[in-house]
Design a protein around this ligand. Structure first.
Ligand code: PLP
Length: 402
């Protein structure tokens, strides 16, 4: 009855791709997007790049305080890599117990290393304890910036995530709140920092990402996730990549060619097309988040991560913690649901560092349920029912029979 439910579905439609192409030809979408983001997020300065990792790299170069940078260990490996490319040393912060985020407690442990910069991260769009971490940063004279790559529209104690730090990065990767194929923004109200960013961009003569590359990537994602092709493509992709659900992935230590680029006009146009729909997009994600919370609280085989008081997440996915990650993943595959593996590594392991047990456990136990706006209530119910029928002991029998 159900076709496979993909783990991701980009927020743009085919019509948006055509409209974005048209917008590219008729005038300056990147300039217009920067202006719209300035107004929407009430920020003085906005710079657009080909990804949030690039925005972080430029931010750190412009900070001109070489030293240590605190980042969470349960994180996208691209983040500590960008820290390295910028000439800084990543220092990892464990995530909290049964949490996907750093906490004031885990930051306190890591801060004795006297970091130059703290990157407050809102993983999967779930705000972390911003205010307490900000206080710690102030006490230690560290520059506090926010990784709100996944948290566009999220709120903490009534204020937008991304409005707390000296600067903020946001991602428009295809898996994020607004999918632009690829793209990232760097926001700040700090004039001096903005001036430094301007001079860096001028000196480095940063090129724009090629338009056609981003058109093809956006179209490929649209086709791969929104058709009967998905199971075959997903199978082919996972076979070719040969990735394990938990593994130690070595970091890339040299900046790859073409890394440093501004947002393509096409991606900017595709994002611009979707800004008006942001309130509906977020409302839909929150509705799904609420549905999952209601249906899955108290399930004997899984735990929902701790979320601090006063958080309104933007849910780019809905994380759940399960002892046998592989077992539940396979169970869901049999029910035609492809869950996200979230991170299959701890970045601390990647850099050969011990002592981050919660991050390793998160990598071994956290799966992500889909929350993209095109997911219907009926599909979400199907996902909850399928999870409801999961019993690890029965699963062993499944394996024996099949
Ligand atoms: C996705 C993500 C990034 C990387 O964003 P790109 O635009 O792909 O570079 C960084 N940090 C977090 C928390 C993310 O979710």
């Amino acid at each position: 009855m159900y076709r496979t439910i993909p783990r991701y579905d980009p927020t743009y439609r085919l019509a948006d791709i055509f409209a974005a192409l048209h917008l590219c030809l008729t005038g300056n979408p990147a300039g217009r997007l920067a202006e719209c983001l300035r107004r929407l997020l009430v920020t003085k300065h906005v710079f657009l790049f080909s990804g949030a990792r690039v925005a972080l790299y430029v931010l750190l170069r412009a900070c001109r305080r070489p030293g240590r940078v605190l980042v969470p260990a349960f994180n996208c490996l691209a983040v500590p890599e960008a820290v390295r490319y910028a000439g800084y040393t990543p220092v990892f912060v464990d995530v909290g117990h049964l949490s996907v985020n750093m906490t004031a407690e885990t930051v306190r442990k890591a801060i004795s290393s006297h970091p130059a910069v703290i990157v407050i991260t809102h993983q999967f769009g779930i705000p972390c304890e911003v205010v307490n971490i900000l206080d710690l940063g102030r006490q230690h004279q560290a520059l506090v910036v926010e990784d709100a790559a996944a948290a566009l529209g999220a709120r903490f104690q009534g204020r937008p995530a991304g409005s707390f730090g000296e600067a903020t990065i946001i991602s428009f990767h295809v898996t994020k709140v607004i999918a632009g194929g690829r793209g990232g923004a760097l926001l700040t109200n700090n004039d001096e920092l903005a001036h430094n960013i301007d001079s860096f961009l001028e000196k480095a003569a940063v090129p724009s990402e090629r338009c056609w590359g981003s058109v093809l990537r956006a179209a490929a994602w649209r086709i791969a996730t929104n058709s009967r092709l998905y199971p075959a493509i997903q199978f082919g992709y996972s076979t070719l990549r040969g990735e394990q659900m938990f593994e130690v992935v070595p970091p890339r230590l040299e900046m790859p060619p073409g890394f440093l680029a501004t947002c393509s006009d096409f991606s900017a146009a595709l994002i611009l097309r979707q800004l008006d729909r942001l309130p509906g997009n977020l409302a839909r994600r929150r509705r799904l988040g609420q549905l999952y919370t209601e249906r899955l609280t108290g399930h004997p085989c899984l735990t929902l991560p701790a979320i601090p008081e006063g958080c309104v997440p933007s849910w780019i996915q809905f994380p759940i913690i399960v002892a046998d990650k592989q077992g539940l993943y396979k169970h869901m595959q049999r029910h035609r649901v492809d869950l996200s593996w979230t991170f299959r590594y701890s970045c601390a392991d990647s850099f050969g560092l011990n002592g981050f047990p919660n991050a390793r456990r998160a990598a071994e136990t956290v799966l992500g349920l889909p929350t993209y706006p095109s997911l219907s209530d009926e599909q979400a119910e199907h996902i909850c029912c399928a999870i409801g029928s999961y019993r690890p002991d029965l699963n062993v029998q499944d394996g024996e029979n099949g």
